[in-house]
Design a protein around this ligand. Structure first.
Ligand code: FUC
Length: 818
């Protein structure tokens, strides 16, 4: 070999080694991995494409992939509203107005419970089983999920042969693929089958093994969802045989299982599709392409979302440990990368559970292994559904909110029935739950379910999308839905006899009680959260009407009503009152922190404008404590970030990323959040919370590193989005920003708040108030009612500086560093 050829070869080898070891290290960043198969559902690994989902158990001898199709729900088209409710609602209202709280609750419990049904459960499709009994005992076992590619794999050695399985749910073909390979020919022999508790039969149609099933009958509703799961195998070098027990493969070099699922569901009122035809056409289309081609297409599609944001909070040798061990050790503080992995896992779960055209992510995303999962695996809209979508805008997954917006559009139709028939009001409304049929009635019982505020909270997401994107066409399209949500409240607001304020009655401060005892009382008038939600809805609409140059009179009437809403009140414990009266108990550890809606996700409690109110909100959160259910802790991460306390937010991350024990929340080995049981909102909420610690954009400026904990002194993030369409790339060292680049998508003023002074000539210290069109504007609230000069309301804020830069769309501005 000539000398220079040798050199070139060496360079090539070094490059390959270098690149692959770099790639290995880089890969670890995005890898969940284990040295054992999953023992139970909370150890299995989720894959999904918004429409179909799978939980991979990875057992060598008996593989189980639990299957979901997002439209398999019990029951059929219906709305669970109670046309008789109106008269009882009026009576409960009258009792509340005369402060007969226990009587009001008692009447509500008796007369305003669920009518018909409490919503339908989301159900599993079944299981794909791959049996290889000879592989009961294996060595060298590894199971992983690479969230940078959305591909899971299992590898092991048996009788000196190395086997590998790869699994993904194609984003481009709506099919699931599983490839089985070995490093010696003719080694793949297995039996592939499908099973489901909902099945009414297996058949062979052509080369396809077909399972037919039907959603359950439930609470007086006939199961009307019909579905099919079908599978076909492409094997090479061996034999293959299909009968009604499954597909048998013998002596093959490789086998690729193609699987498709579909239902007859078109929308909440139309279930006329042909499930089998749909599933067959997906399978036929996918089957035309090879595994590598589909895997490459899948990865490309997925990366378009995933790669938009990168985060680096530091990496240590801890990444070499299995993910379950890392969870157990996270609180020791030696594994900052696990927070990054958890953050990105939340983004992974949103990409895999919510795609434009799919159903929105439910309480379990799309992953549910039961016929009736926890809380039916439906949509709970008094926090949980909204939390699912908190990370979408800020972590640059804006398009993935489309399913939520579609559901809101559906609810704005079905919710008119409940508004009209139950409350004799215009507009649309729903209570604290809905399902695939977009039901809007009271469920579970009045104590939890008599909460008529769902439309106000959901509408906030429409407005937020506008704030992040500046998309006026979107705002124009959604404006009538927001307006119709406001009509409902315009019609039902009641005058509170004591203060003459306008309040919602009856309602509850989600799911909390203010009187204990034999009949715990939750039913109330004028709960703080309700006031904040309506104040927000009316304010957003008034701003939208100005932007769209429309509806001056309507906007004026909103302004008049808004003036009469109750202000936020600070109570005797130096807390933000949860109710109109000062009922709060500082020992109350309830998981819901509804009155802090105004702090997050709302923007009505500013440290700079209303420091005493801000301090009261903080006191409320301190009284509530840290450890709670998974989603509650995730909410508190966001809240502590808004309280500008990074260390407390980080403390809650350590409470959340810990193994599950007892009744409080934590993290399962597969990184799923535990309420317990598994509920996906905590995953999404924590992702949002981490973003909120690094970037906020709701209080008259974009605040960078507003709540950086001591645990992350150095780091970088690329691609977070601030309201106003700004994309932020930044690095920090010793807690100081050392590089900052802002990419703009709109023309406008960029106001930045920094914890350091910046030396950039084009970047001026801000002197005036925020412009009225600025999308980072906070909400101007009514002056809070602060009864005492309590020293617990003093706030110490660390120094920060506000700068201004006028920006043009499509440009990048290097503000700090090169
Ligand atoms: C609300 C919460 C529960 C649970 C359920 C799905 O009712 O109070 O904790 O998360 O939703």
């Amino acid at each position: 070999m000539k000398y220079n050829v040798k050199i070139k070869l060496l360079v090539l080898i070094c490059t390959v080694i270098g690149v692959s070891s770099y790639a290995r290290q880089a890969d670890q960043r995005h890898m969940l991995w284990y040295d054992k198969p999953a023992n139970n559902w909370n150890e299995s690994l989720p894959i999904g494409n918004g429409y179909i989902g799978g939980m991979v158990f990875g057992n060598p001898g008996h593989e189980r992939i639990q299957l979901n199709e997002s439209t398999i729900w019990a029951g059929g088209p219906n709305n669970n509203i109670d046309s008789e409710a109106g008269k009882n609602i009026s009576k409960v209202r009258a009792l509340l107005a005369s402060k007969k709280y226990v009587e009001a609750q008692e009447l509500a419990n008796r007369t305003l419970g669920p009518k018909g049904n409490s919503g339908m459960p989301y159900q599993l499709a079944g299981n794909l089983i791959i049996d290889i009994p000879a592989h009961a005992a294996v060595s060298n076992y590894r199971r992983d999920l690479d969230i940078s590619r959305a591909i899971a794999s299992v590898s092991y050695t048996h009788n000196s042969v190395n086997y590998k399985r790869e699994y993904f749910t194609s984003f481009t073909q709506n099919a699931m693929l599983v490839r089985l390979t070995a490093d010696r020919p003719k080694m793949i022999s297995c039996k592939i089958s499908l099973q489901s508790p909902l099945s009414f039969g297996a058949s062979v149609i052509g080369d396809n093994f077909v399972l037919s099933g039907k959603g359950s009958d439930h609470e007086n509703q006939k199961g009307q969802i019909k579905f099919n799961v079908i599978t076909r195998v492409k094997s090479s070098g061996g034999t293959q045989h299909t009968d009604t027990s499954g597909i048998s493969i013998a002596g093959a070099d490789t086998a690729v299982v193609y699987l498709a699922m579909a239902t007859n569901f078109i929308n909440y009122k139309d279930i006329s599709a042909d499930a089998l035809k749909r599933a067959e056409s997906s399978l036929d289309r996918a089957f035309k392409s090879s595994f590598p081609t589909l895997a490459a297409e899948h990865e490309l599609f997925y990366k378009k979302y995933y790669d938009r944001v990168s985060l680096d909070l530091g990496i240590t040798d801890a990444v070499k440990k299995t993910t379950d061990v890392r969870i157990a050790e996270f609180a020791d503080g030696r594994d900052p990368q696990l927070a990054e992995l958890y953050f990105q896992f939340g983004r992974y779960l949103l990409i895999c559970a919510s795609q434009p055209g799919s159903q929105p992510a439910n309480l379990q995303g799309i992953w549910n292994g039961e016929l009736k999962g926890p809380w039916d695996s439906k949509y709970t809209v008094n926090i949980n559904t909204e939390m699912n979508y908190w990370p979408s805008e800020v972590t640059q997954l804006s398009e993935l909110s489309a399913p939520l917006f579609n559901m809101i559009a559906d609810l704005s139709v079905t919710g008119r029935q409940s508004a009209q028939k139950m409350y004799h009001a215009r507009g649309w409304m729903l209570h604290h739950n809905t399902d695939i049929w977009r039901t809007t009635g009271i469920v579970d019982g009045a104590f939890w379910g008599l909460w008529p505020m769902g439309s106000a909270w959901l509408s906030q997401h429409l407005w937020e999308h506008y704030l992040y994107t500046g998309d006026r066409n979107f705002l124009k399209k959604q404006y009538p839905i927001m307006k119709s949500a406001a009509w409902y409240f315009m019609d039902v607001l009641q005058t509170d006899p004591e203060h003459n304020w306008l309040v919602v009655s009856p309602s509850i401060s989600p799911e909390n009680q203010y009187i204990g005892g034999k009949i715990p009382v939750s039913v109330a008038a004028g709960a703080t959260m309700d006031n904040q939600l309506i104040y927000g809805l009316f304010t957003n609409l008034m701003r939208a009407a100005t932007i769209l140059k429309t509806d001056k009179n309507f906007s004026d009437s909103l302004a008049r009503l808004r003036d009469r809403l109750p202000p936020m009140q600070v109570g005797k414990h130096g807390q933000l009152q949860e109710w109109l009266e000062d009922f709060d108990n500082p020992d109350d550890k309830h998981r819901h922190v509804s009155h802090l809606y105004g702090l997050f996700p709302g923007n009505q409690i500013s440290p700079f404008k209303h420091p005493k109110l801000f301090a009261a909100a903080k006191n409320s959160l301190i009284y509530r404590g840290d450890v709670s259910t998974g989603w509650s802790m995730a909410w508190k991460i966001n809240l502590w970030a808004r309280l500008l306390d990074g260390n407390h937010a980080y403390k809650l991350i350590t409470d959340q990323i810990k193994p599950v024990s007892g009744g409080s929340g934590g993290t399962y080995p597969n990184l799923f959040d535990a309420h317990p049981p598994f509920q996906i909102d905590g995953n999404y909420g924590c992702t949002s919370g981490i973003a909120e610690m690094l970037l906020q954009s709701h209080d008259d400026a974009i605040y960078l590193l507003p709540a950086l904990p001591d645990a992350w002194p150095n780091g970088s993030v690329k691609g977070l989005i601030a309201r106003g369409g700004f994309k932020i790339d930044m690095e920090w060292t010793d807690r100081k920003i050392t590089r900052l680049v802002i990419h703009t998508s709109l023309n406008g003023d960029c106001r930045l708040r920094l914890n350091q002074q910046a030396n950039n000539k084009s970047f001026k210290k801000s002197t005036g108030p925020v412009g009225k069109d600025n999308l980072n504007r906070s909400t101007d609230i009514k002056a809070p009612l602060i009864k005492s000069d309590d020293e617990r309301l003093n706030t110490q804020l660390s120094e920060s500086w506000v700068y201004e830069l006028s920006t043009r769309a499509g440009k990048s501005y290097h503000i700090i560093g090169e």
